[in-house]
Design a binder for this molecule. Structure first.
Ligand code: BTN
Length: 251
């Protein structure tokens, strides 16, 4: 077994850990824990999720023993709240780069790609009490050794181990990820984080189509702003600001 919840629990102290062999969604557990008063830095990890959630209402599943599925509770200051997506993406990019991978990029807004294929998904979710923000749950799903052969993701997804050609333990990955997260968290509102995210974006300057919540739109991915929004130059010359969607190269 390449993961030890007991070791992680001790290593994390004084931050608490909730570990599950199987759970619905680590984000759901973390959101509930956040509402109950969990402190910033509390972590939820699962070996398998039965109701794992992805972006835009999609599901997220990985077989037991093959992936990292975790949610971290964060209570960021107001000026950093909108930066949680960027924070997760930059941390995971650094994690994978430190393993020796050279082709690591971000597909706007927050898919981390290794060798041009998705290796990690990030799902930040906020918990509110009326108008008051209680905190944010940063959900991260990282493919470590998922075999995508004969799946619909065979051409678009990748796992760390086959890409690197060597084994890595999920325990060491989680510890490195949480260390980087703690380091970057303090600088979440900084220009450094924005630049670290922006310079890894793969499609800036390219012609793209974005499937946004209110429909598909095509143009040139001209820039991003400091909130993480994509600035798309449409064919009629106008600039459209998009805050969510699925981006793809071409028409
Ligand atoms: C995406 O669609 O790209 C985001 C996927 C996020 C998946 C992770 S796995 C841990 C956490 N718990 C969930 O239910 N989802 C996130």
């Amino acid at each position: 077994m390449d993961f030890s919840p007991d070791f992680l629990r001790t290593w994390l102290l004084p931050r608490p850990l909730r570990y599950f062999e199987q759970v619905g969604s680590t984000n759901d557990v973390a959101l509930e824990w956040l509402r109950e008063g969990a402190e910033s830095g509390a972590v939820v990890v699962a070996d398998e999720q039965t109701q794992g959630r992805g972006r835009l209402g999609r599901g997220w599943y990985a077989p037991p023993g093959t992936a990292i599925m975790l949610s971290v509770i964060l209570r960021p200051p107001a000026d950093a709240v909108g930066r949680m997506t960027m924070l997760g993406a930059v941390v995971v990019c650094e994690l994978i780069e430190r393993l020796g991978a050279s082709d690591v990029s971000i597909k706007w807004p927050n898919d981390v790609r290794l060798n041009g294929r998705k290796v990690c998904g990030i799902l930040p979710e906020a918990a509110w009490s009326g108008d008051e923000l209680l905190g944010v749950v940063l959900g991260i799903g990282l493919n470590v050794r998922i075999d995508f052969t004969d799946t619909p993701f065979a051409e678009t997804a990748i796992s760390i181990e086959p890409a690197l050609g060597r084994s890595v333990t999920r325990l060491s990955l989680v510890m490195a990820l949480l260390t980087l997260l703690q380091r970057w968290e303090r600088h979440a509102a900084s220009d450094n984080l924005f630049q670290a995210w922006k310079r890894r974006l793969s499609m800036l300057g390219s012609r793209v189509t974005v499937n946004a919540p209110d429909g598909a739109v095509t143009g040139t991915a001209e820039d991003v702003d400091a909130t993480g929004a994509l600035l798309l130059r449409l064919d009629d010359g106008t600039l459209r600001r998009l805050i969510a969607g699925d981006i793809a190269l071409g028409e």
